[in-house]
Design a protein around this ligand. Structure first.
Ligand SMILES: [Zn+2]
Ligand SMILES: [Zn+2]
Length: 334
């Protein structure tokens, strides 16, 4: 098959790669579409110890079963592969399974990703494509599930109801925009603000949201202005802003992880009882709920997604890297 192979830091080559071999309990999917995720970018920059070249990246994927029990079915994949037996797996928190792996990783074990014509995946990770969801848009299910999970965590931990909360979303990439869309269109929140540094991307967010959208430059946010802050960027500066802008008793949900450590105002967190929650991926239930949201068009038009040919995927990575890309999400088509 042809695949976009990550061959070294900031290097991707579209070339011949060995076809996956079918094994028991799994299926081979002919890829229809696959999205570029922030974590793929992280790997591309050579900063992910679980993704070592040569490797096919990519885990946001839809397609048609080519080999397997349900041959010919249109599907979307939950790329998070878990053991199914541990405490977390049997209690609906599969994403915390100690044995979890994701498609497009090769440490501790190899699972080739989906920037390719074919991908092998366990049958239990395959979801039938719901009617109403376009197969080319379907890879957006994965980041949407990440956003939904983060919001559900925020909801569980807040003393105020989401509807009456003043909410700030930091970052207008796919996760930030999806958080704002879920809060606005599904959770019916009224007071949402989204901030983003890239002006082009900010405009795309503004065109799809009724929420306030602000450029990070012309910000005049008073301390303690928000009950819930979703940091989808995860830089030291965005964490410092989060703790500054959150009100007493408020909640910070930390989704992005651009810088894994740094200073933080623990004094305010302590004296004002601020809850800080890190969040990662989603549960199987979040993934199912997401398919329902998307197939019923609850989040509005998904025309902010841009499509590129898989064979030109290296250019798309470069554009995201250079910051010249305004689309919150690029999906590659083989
Ligand atoms: Zn992703
Ligand atoms: Zn497990």
């Amino acid at each position: 098959m042809q695949a976009l192979v990550y061959t070294g830091t900031e290097k991707l080559e579209y070339k011949e790669f060995k076809d996956p071999n079918l094994i028991k309990g799994e299926s081979i999917i002919k890829v229809s579409a696959s999205g570029i995720c922030g974590s793929d970018m992280h790997a591309y920059h050579g900063k992910d110890e679980r993704r070592i070249p040569p490797l096919i990246l990519g885990h946001e994927v839809s397609g048609i079963i080519e080999k397997g029990d349900k041959k010919g079915k249109k599907v979307v994949l939950n790329p998070l592969i878990t053991c199914g037996k541990c405490y977390y797996c049997i209690n609906g928190r599969e994403h915390l399974c100690g044995k979890r792996v994701l498609l497009g990783m090769n440490r501790p074990i190899e699972r080739q990703g989906c920037f390719a014509e074919l991908v092998l995946t366990p049958d239990k990770n395959i979801y039938e494509l719901p009617s109403g969801l376009d197969i080319k848009q379907a890879p957006i299910a994965e980041p949407t599930a990440v956003a939904l999970h983060a919001i559900e965590l925020g909801k569980e931990s807040s003393k105020k109801s989401l509807e009456e909360s003043r909410i700030l979303v930091i970052g207008g990439g796919a996760i930030g925009l999806l958080c704002a869309l879920i809060l606005e269109k599904y959770k019916k929140c009224k007071e949402i603000t989204l901030i983003e540094t890239n002006k082009k991307r900010l405009k795309v967010c503004g065109d799809h949201l009724e929420s306030k959208t602000l450029s990070s430059e012309d910000l005049k946010i008073n301390d303690g202005s928000f009950d819930l802050v979703l940091d989808t960027v995860g830089l030291e500066i965005t964490r410092q802003n989060s703790i500054k802008w959150v009100d007493a008793g408020g909640v910070i949900i930390h989704i992005g992880l651009s810088q894994p450590s740094g200073n933080f105002n623990f004094r305010k967190a302590t004296l004002q009882e601020v809850t800080f929650i890190g969040t990662y991926c989603y549960t199987n239930k979040n993934f199912k709920d997401t398919l329902h949201l998307l197939s019923n068009h609850i989040l509005g038009k998904l025309d902010w997604i841009e499509y590129r040919e898989l064979k030109k995927g290296a250019d798309a990575f470069k554009e995201i890297h250079d910051g010249t890309c305004s689309a919150p999400k690029i999906i590659l088509i083989p």
